[in-house]
Design a protein around this ligand. Structure first.
Ligand code: KIV
Length: 259
């Protein structure tokens, strides 16, 4: 069944959980799709897990278009949503329209995700939605603001921060976002936001009270060098891959590949 944005709202009403995994190329897109995930998120975490950067800031719009196109070719059923990279949408909403337009026209994704919920961002979200571009919001720990946060730290611990995140969540819904990622915030705050909003929330490190959950596929598969404390690791593919490649090298050095 091909997943649509309208279905997500219905699933929230029915309390049917929404499963989201990230993907960064054709192979990871196929894995996510064939596993039955509802959304393949071309997250800008690909800067770290696929390109070896320390954070997401260096990623360009051209990089994202290139990776999203590859994911799109691997996905048949899941909804494909792609992150807009750092500074492709924060400067003004014209830039944001052009960036999101490229993602839809050149990579054929069905929507974009952008971080933050302060007024300039919600104005941009409103413009994108009015132009027919579905937008997923993202609040809490927004990795493009890593330098301001001073690390990948939990957000929303103080009452002031929690109130700010709650207001941002409401403003994004008001602006027309179809869904909202809640990253690394306290469980009770995520539950409260989920209960207050009519759009589905997708949690990562935000506890079980969200309408859906997302993880970075490289963490799930044990491919990444480092996983955040909230990531559940289901396989150890990096280790298995090294072992398989080592056996191949040994066969070649021993002249036994064709035995
Ligand atoms: O970039 C990403 O992978 C994300 C998810 C972790 C939500 O934004």
């Amino acid at each position: 069944m091909v997943v649509s944005i309208r279905q997500l709202a219905q699933w929230k009403k029915e309390q049917r959980a929404i499963a989201v995994l990230t993907a960064w190329d054709y192979i990871s897109g196929r894995i996510v799709d064939q596993a039955g995930a509802d959304i393949a998120l071309v997250g800008d975490s690909l800067a770290m897990v696929a390109l070896g950067y320390e954070n997401t800031l260096a990623l360009t719009l051209d990089d994202m278009v290139h990776h999203a196109r590859a994911v799109r070719r691997g996905v048949q059923q899941a909804l494909v949503i792609a992150d807009l990279p750092f500074l492709s949408y924060q400067i003004n909403s014209e830039d944001a329209m052009r960036a999101a337009g490229r993602m839809l026209k050149e990579a054929d994704v069905q929507g974009v995700k952008l971080e933050g919920g302060y007024p300039a961002i919600t104005t941009t979200v409103q413009r994108l939605v009015q132009a027919g571009i579905p937008v997923m919001g993202h609040v809490g720990l927004t990795p493009q603001s890593i330098n301001q946060f001073g690390g990948f730290r939990q957000q929303g611990k103080s009452p002031d921060e929690a109130n700010r995140i709650l207001s941002e969540a409401k403003a994004l819904q008001e602006a027309g976002a179809f869904s909202l990622v809640l990253e690394h915030i306290p469980t009770e705050l995520a539950r409260k936001i989920t209960q207050l909003l009519t759009i589905p929330t997708i949690g990562i490190g935000a506890g079980p009270g969200c309408d859906g959950q997302v993880l970075v596929l490289a963490d799930v598969l044990g491919l990444s060098d480092w996983q955040p404390p909230f990531a559940k690791v289901y396989a150890q593919l990096q280790q298995q891959g090294i072992e398989a490649a080592r056996q191949f090298c040994q066969d070649v050095y021993a002249g036994s590949l064709h035995d």
